[in-house]
Design a protein. Structure first.
Length: 383
């Protein structure tokens, strides 16, 4: 796992500003989306409120109430589901008011769905569509599970009663023989022109319904795409905020875990630097002390050498003085002896002339003579 780099204060502030801006944009988009949905819901409610429901009666011939009385709830469910599927409206828009005797009479009320793209203006249009599907063999109502009842059924609108002279549908003659498509197609009571007009009207209505359905499907697809895009955008932003929060949490936890190690490293670094500084100062002090000691030693050696040289010079000077005094004493003695010999009578000097008068043996120190620079060199030494 790669360690996230630490952010500076300016970078953290910039990141927080970007997060707040993104949150504001997300909130604004959510508010706009909610406002759009609310406006559409209000428009749908208003449109639905403007459409009036319609009541009608479905008269099913060839059956009696006793046929469905034992399973009335299943018949109600089948009736509601079949009409809602045939009309393309929710099941809640089909309300069964009552089921009466007289073959089977189902009193019901149709409420407009008010959906976008539904151009049918109220429950009357829905009743008309139910009536048209009962006449059409290939309709949804005639091909579904309700087809056995729909084959011999007719719609009686509210306030409209069948005339006494109106012939009953062919299907009521026998229960076992239902009114089928062939019998309706061979009904000579309807002229060909009326049939063609009905077919043309149904074809036009079908085209209009298909066109409206295509437009509604396109609008629903567009809204679904926008809704999916907004949901994906919201999901991506929430995921991004979650990832950033998780990364920030992990980074803070990593910093908390690394803080003791960092402090320990910093303390160790400070200790090492202090030790190095102390060692440097000690080494510098040692070098300084060694230099001073060496200088003192050299000074002492120089002083000792100077002192020794002074002592040697003093000793040489004393020896030179001693040699000079010795030479002077010897010269004085020689002068005295010479004077003494001159003071003797002549015969003594003549008798003594056969043997030269030698001075008394003297003994000299050779080292003093060497130090005297050869001052006594001419003198004869007797041993």
């Amino acid at each position: 796992k790669t360690k996230q780099p630490l952010l500076t204060e300016a970078q953290v502030m910039k990141k927080h500003a970007e997060e707040e801006k993104a949150a504001e944009l997300t909130a604004k988009a959510d508010a706009e989306w909610a406002a759009e949905l609310a406006a559409k819901a209000e428009a749908s409610v208003a449109a639905k409120a403007a459409l009036l429901p319609a009541k009608g009666t479905l008269h099913i011939h060839g059956y009696s109430l006793a046929d469905i009385e034992s399973n009335m709830s299943s018949f109600r469910y089948l009736f509601v589901k079949s009409l809602s599927a045939a009309l393309g409206i929710p099941s809640g828009c089909v309300e069964v008011l009552d089921i009466l005797q007289g073959s089977i009479k189902v009193e019901f009320c149709l409420h407009p769905a008010g959906r976008q793209g539904d151009h049918r203006d109220g429950g009357a249009a829905l009743l008309g569509e139910v009536s048209d599907q009962l006449l059409e063999l290939t309709s949804t109502l005639r091909r579904g599970k309700f087809k056995e009842y729909a084959a011999s059924a007719e719609i009686l609108r509210e306030g409209k009663k069948p005339r006494d002279d109106e012939p009953p549908p062919p299907a009521i003659m026998r229960r076992k023989v239902m009114c089928d498509a062939q019998e309706q197609a061979q009904d000579l009571g309807h002229p060909l022109a009326a049939v063609l007009a009905v077919l043309q009207r149904e074809s036009d209505a079908c085209e209009a319904e298909h066109e409206g359905l295509r437009e509604a499907n396109d609008e629903v697809a567009r809204l679904d795409a926008q809704l999916a895009q907004l949901r994906q955008l919201k999901k991506d932003r929430e995921e991004q905020r979650r990832r950033e929060a998780e990364e920030q949490r992990l980074r803070l936890e990593e910093e908390e875990r690394q803080r003791p190690l960092k402090e320990a490293r910093e303390e160790e670094e400070r200790t090492r630097k202090a030790a190095e500084e102390e060692e440097r100062r000690a080494a510098e002090q040692r070098r300084k002390d060694e230099a001073e000691e060496e200088e003192k030693c050299m000074r002492r050696e120089q002083e000792a050498a100077a002192k020794k040289q002074e002592e040697e010079e003093e000793q040489l000077r004393r020896e030179q003085e001693a040699a000079a005094h010795t030479q002077k004493d010897e010269e004085e003695r020689l002068r005295r002896e010479q004077k003494a010999s001159e003071a003797l009578p002549a015969p003594v000097r003549a008798g003594a002339g056969a043997a030269p008068l030698l001075p008394a043996p003297s003994f000299f120190r050779l080292d003093l003579m060497a130090m005297s620079g050869g001052a006594l060199g001419p003198m004869m030494m007797f041993f």
